[in-house]
Design a protein around this ligand. Structure first.
Ligand code: BES
Ligand code: MN
Length: 444
């Protein structure tokens, strides 16, 4: 194993699960480990406290007249459950079949560590970096970055930059370098449906008392039309339509045909708005997804109960033009007006984040494309992403800089799921990509 991989393994061994307060000490220890890494490279490094998990900032000397790149990443990870489905323990990384297996391998430790190693390589070879570099590695991305916006506002001057580089997205297929120029936004809603004051015998009372599980199912079902379109009034009003050049370009992207997506997901058939390919639906159209739903008896055998309560959790993925708070209000209004008689529903407004998109043909976009081409050996494809990194649009609004999304996670990387993995080839290629990127950006 290379010394670079050994160091990534150290990073991956911290169980830095940001949502789980019992891991707060591990999250902090991971941040302190990052500080050591940056300090050993001779960068000026600071660990900033926030109300929750620390932000790590590291930079070289700011020289006037040079470009400044901010490299963003997150060292927190998602929970690991169901842990019994992992083939090897999530925080004991190992290499099998050319892949690094472990939580955080792709999302996001492996992907931001390539940038740290790329800069380190240049520093070792040349003694300095060709432009001003600021690393910002946060510990709250997986919980919606609640403390990063105030942090950015407070440190706006020190964080001023021309462009942001982020590897926290996907590569469409092995050997197909990918530049992302868009992300979907998000807004979440949690719903509780209540009926009788306690569980009832479904024979003694069923048929005369509304069943909260049925009511919740009807509410969920009301969100979509039979053809897959969303039935919430006004939902599509502000959507900026995708452009013809994007549709033509995406139709040529290897690994992004309907057949490819069906293979990766194991789904028997595609679903969604008529008139769009799966790639178009994923990358440029909004959705409402049920993330969780529950009520009543779920154990072995049958239990004749009329449950007192039901719940479901929704997240909407949004596209440029849509305002997350407005959509959240529209969805809640829709659910209120579709709450069946005989139950009451209460709504919890979850977190929200805006969609993002930029021009992949700008001078920065071209520098990103060149870095991918030089390091991976062929011209990159240009895509938008279905996932969300809300802080990217916040950084655009606060720092005024666009983000180059240099995705290195493959479609089968299983982020947020058991057996997360990161390809060794993309780890090595990513280090080179980051090194070249600094040169390309410095030359602008
Ligand atoms: N790295 C992902 C987002 C991502 C993955 C974008 C793949 C594009 C392709 C990020 O860590 C993530 O999971 N984001 C959350 C955001 C939420 C918690 C606010 C998401 O998309 O669910
Ligand atoms: Mn994630």
């Amino acid at each position: 194993m290379t010394p670079e991989l050994e160091r990534l393994f150290e990073h991956l061994r911290f169980p830095s699960i940001s949502t789980d307060s019992t891991h707060a000490g591990d999250v902090r220890a991971n941040a302190e480990w990052l500080v050591e890494q940056f300090e050993s490279m001779g960068l000026k490094t600071e660990l900033h406290e926030t109300p929750k998990h620390p932000v790590v900032i590291a930079r070289n000397e700011r020289v006037e007249g040079r470009k400044t790149v901010l490299i963003y990443g997150h060292y927190d990870v998602q929970p690991v459950d169901p842990v019994e489905l992992w083939d090897s323990p999530p925080f004991e990384p190992e290499i099998r079949d050319g892949k690094i297996w472990g939580r955080g391998g792709a999302d996001n430790k492996g992907q931001h560590f390539v940038h740290i190693l790329g800069a380190e390589k240049t520093l070792k070879e040349k003694g300095e970096l060709p432009l001003n570099v600021i690393f910002l590695i946060e510990g709250e991305e997986e919980i919606g970055s609640p403390n990063l916006v105030p942090f950015l506002e407070k440190h706006k001057e020190e964080l001023a930059c021309d462009i942001i580089a982020v590897s926290d997205t996907g590569m469409v297929a092995p050997g197909v370098p990918t530049l992302g120029y868009g992300l979907r936004g998000i807004t979440c809603v949690e719903v509780t449906v209540k009926g009788p004051s306690g569980d009832l015998h479904s024979g003694v009372y069923g048929g005369a008392v509304a069943n909260p599980a049925s009511a919740a199912a009807r509410m969920v079902a009301s969100l979509h039309q039979d053809d897959g379109m969303i039935a919430v009034e006004g939902f599509y009003d502000d959507v900026i339509p995708l452009e013809d050049w994007e549709r033509e370009m995406w139709a040529q992207v290897p690994g992004a045909s309907d057949a490819d997506f069906l293979k990766t997901t194991g789904s028997p058939e595609s679903f969604g708005e008529p008139g769009y390919s799966m790639a178009e639906r994923l990358w440029a159209r909004p959705t409402i997804e049920v993330n969780g739903i529950g009520s009543g008896y779920q154990g072995e055998g049958s239990k004749t109960v009329l449950p007192a309560e039901a719940m479901f959790k929704l997240s909407c993925r949004l596209v440029p033009g849509q305002d997350p708070e407005k959509i959240q209000a529209q969805v809640i209004a829709h659910l209120k007006s579709h709450t069946p008689k005989g139950v009451t529903a209460s709504f919890y407004e979850g977190h929200s984040g805006k969609a993002y998109h930029n021009d992949p043909h700008s001078e920065y976009g071209k520098a990103g494309q060149t870095a991918l081409e030089k390091s991976f050996g062929c011209a990159p494809v240009l895509i938008r992403e279905g996932g969300s990194i809300p802080i990217i649009q916040d950084m655009k609004e606060i720092l005024g800089a666009d983000s180059l999304m240099l995705g290195l996670a493959l479609p089968d990387c299983q982020i947020h799921a058991p057996n997360e993995n990161f390809s060794v080839e993309n780890f090595e290629g990513g280090i080179e990509m980051s090194r070249v990127l600094l040169e390309e950006l410095a030359a602008l």
